[in-house]
Ligand binder design. Structure first.
Ligand code: NAD
Ligand code: IPM
Ligand code: MN
Length: 354
């Protein structure tokens, strides 16, 4: 029985997780899957109310007493330093050692891409999730004076680099993808970039059937717009993967559609849409819940229920085809309206023989 912790978080995170939860319950009931869901009050409200972000006991419980986590988003204008998000979101990635950040960006319908050539496009990003510029190693000196110094170290370990590159190649082999591309900045960052290039070449030798290349991140930002169909599986360090995944999401239909999985294979997994808490639209009912709903698909796939995941993906495609979407995709439904539509559609699909 999968035990799933739900952390809606802040802003539209709360709104989209509400709909994802309904879809999960609907599919679990139809599939006879006994899921135990628990709701976790973590986010800016709790931080501002109690001064608590996430406790050691909560980390332990998330790790040991749960099989997966579904997160909405963290970020609130009332917490300008983003302290709670760093503790909770980056805390889970680091302390649960969720080193694979898998971000699939799949164009579901040609008219959704802002690009001219919108033939079928599937970009699958493997973002390193535990190192890079994100660890908080560094410091500042003479803060607030004209002589201020700030350091944010870029950490790359051989182990960390090797395991994400291997995960990308293993995925390519198991899912029949033809090419893995490394995105880096080794022309400027000699030490870290050099390590990534050497490990990519060494691991790549074990996968002679997969085409492999390396592209500098600036050139990649250009090429993803110019000829995205050249790329399939992309592997990148933490910061570059973050940036490239927003770009890849936008050219395949928009940020509101993009799901992600944070995984330590064989141990634990946390699923979250790629988007943030979107304070500009929070509370307006305009948030697209499909990214969060697709996270439920990724979660079910992770648990070995590929058919249920495919049914959710087919429902998302159908909602777009039918124009039953939120305004970001050109529709006029609200967040809960899309959730209602998805639940009705899935119930009908389970009721009729395939
Ligand atoms: P954002 O993703 O929240 O929003 C960027 C733009 O996309 C906004 O115009 C927003 O309205 C739109 N958008 C995002 N998701 C949407 C959806 N589901 N439906 C329709 N439109 C959507 O990025 P931001 O504005 O840079 O960040 C806002 C806050 O979220 C910040 O505090 C940031 O740190 C945080 N954040 C959190 C996560 C996370 O928890 N995983 C991810 C990204 C950003
Ligand atoms: C994401 C977000 C986070 C990140 C922020 C909120 C720290 O942008 O999940 O993509 O950079 O990883
Ligand atoms: Mn991001």
């Amino acid at each position: 029985m999968p035990r799933i912790a739900l952390i809606p978080g802040d802003g539209i995170g709360v709104e989209v997780v509400r709909e994802a939860r309904r879809v999960l319950q609907c599919v679990a009931a139809a599939e006879g899957l006994d899921c135990e869901l628990s709701d976790w009050d973590m986010g800016a409200d709790r931080y501002l109310r109690e001064g608590v972000t996430i406790t050691d006991e909560e980390f332990r419980a998330l790790d040991e007493d749960h099989d997966a986590i579904l997160l909405g988003a963290l970020g609130d204008p009332r917490v300008p330093g983003n302290e709670h998000a760093k503790d909770i979101l980056l805390g889970m990635r680091f302390r649960l050692d969720l080193y694979v950040n898998f971000r699939p960006c799949v164009l579901l319908s040609p008219e959704m891409s802002p690009l001219r050539d919108a033939s079928p496009l599937r970009l699958e990003i493997f973002r390193e999730n535990t190192e890079g510029e994100y660890t908080g190693m560094g410091g500042s000196f003479k803060t607030g004076t004209p002589d201020e110094v700030a350091l944010e170290e870029n950490i790359a370990t051989r182990k960390g680099v090797e395991r994400i590159i291997r995960a990308a190649f293993e995925f390519a082999v198991s899912r029949g993808r033809g090419r893995v591309t490394l995105v880096d900045k080794s022309n400027a960052m000699r030490h870290v970039g050099g390590l990534w290039r050497r490990v990519f070449r060494a691991v790549g030798e074990e996968y002679p059937g997969i085409e492999q290349d390396a592209v500098y991140v600036d050139a990649m930002a250009m090429d993803l717009v110019r000829r995205p169909h050249r790329y399939e599986v992309i592997v990148a360090a933490n910061l570059f993967g973050d940036i490239v995944s927003d770009l890849a999401a936008e050219i395949t239909g928009g940020l509101g559609l993009a799901p992600s999985a944070n995984i330590h294979p064989g141990r634990n997994a946390m699923f979250e849409p790629v988007h943030g808490s979107a304070p500009d639209i929070a509370g307006s009912g305009r948030a697209n819940p499909l990214g969060a709903i697709r996270c439920v698909g990724l979660m079910l796939d992770h648990f070995g229920h590929g058919d249920a995941a495919a049914r959710i993906e087919a429902g998302v495609v159908e909602s777009i085809r039918a124009g039953c979407t939120t305004p970001d995709l050109g529709g006029s439904l609200s967040t809960s309206g899309v959730g209602d539509w998805m639940v009705r559609h899935l119930e009908a699909s389970y009721a009729s023989p395939r």
